[in-house]
Design a protein around this ligand. Structure first.
Ligand SMILES: N[C@@H](CCC(=O)N[C@@H](CS)C(=O)NCC(=O)O)C(=O)O
Length: 207
């Protein structure tokens, strides 16, 4: 058995950490997880990333990559060969980047909404909470229409837009149960269930 040379920092509760974990699995790259919580453990997080955020990925050279987009770009470069999770050129690349931008934007809105509702009652801003939830749902609304009855966004093969969207949908429904119900988002729920039933996903459950 070879030595594990990739170390992924962060918990799979974080959709950013989780999309990196799923992508490592898709590419068949073994990794070890080092759990650093996104709350507390600030000194530990800042030792890896000066702005204190996860995910980070230590690669075999010993370098530590930060920010999920930069990590995924590296994985596409070293393991994507002819078939990267984000297409390398053209309209397919532009479309994938737009979908990923909407999915990560919706993830950010859902995380901000979660933080807003956890503020002490007297500091809570219900108008802001409503706006954040509405914008997250609007983002997923566009992705729902875009996906339509296709198996994956780009056709028959799972790409990064599918991975990021599925981890985002699972995360939103985890922190705000029922926020993306099957009646209103049937295509996204179908995609998410299909993804979550794959080993690349179910071996790295939200936790
Ligand atoms: N753009 C970053 C976002 C990372 C991010 O927001 N990470 C959160 C966890 S989901 C975090 O570390 N939060 C801790 C903090 O902001 O103090 C990425 O894609 O990696």
């Amino acid at each position: 058995m070879g030595t594990v040379q990739h170390i992924l920092f962060g918990r799979f509760l974080s959709p950013y950490v989780r999309r990196v974990a799923v992508s490592l699995n898709v590419y068949g790259i073994d990794f070890e997880q080092r759990i650093i919580s996104a709350v507390g453990d600030e000194a530990e997080r800042e030792a890896i990333n000066p702005v204190g955020r996860v995910p980070a990925l230590q690669i075999p050279s010993g370098e530590v990559l930060i920010d999920s987009a930069a990590i995924l770009d590296h994985l596409d470069e070293i393991a994507g060969a002819q078939n990267p999770l984000i297409p390398r050129t053209g309209a397919n690349r532009r479309n994938a980047l737009r979908r990923i931008a909407i999915a990560t934007g919706a993830i950010d809105r859902s995380m901000a909404a979660n933080a807003e509702r956890r503020r002490p009652t007297e500091q809570q801003d219900s108008a802001r909470l409503d706006r954040l939830l509405r914008q997250a749902q609007q983002g997923y609304g566009e992705l729902e229409r875009d996906l339509g009855d296709k198996e994956f966004f780009d056709g028959a093969q799972m790409g990064q837009a599918d991975v990021t969207c599925a981890v985002g949908v699972s995360f939103f429904n985890h922190i705000f149960p029922g926020s993306l119900a099957g009646q209103s988002f049937p295509n996204l729920i179908r995609l998410t269930i299909a993804c979550e039933n794959r080993p690349e996903f179910f071996s790295v459950p939200i936790s």
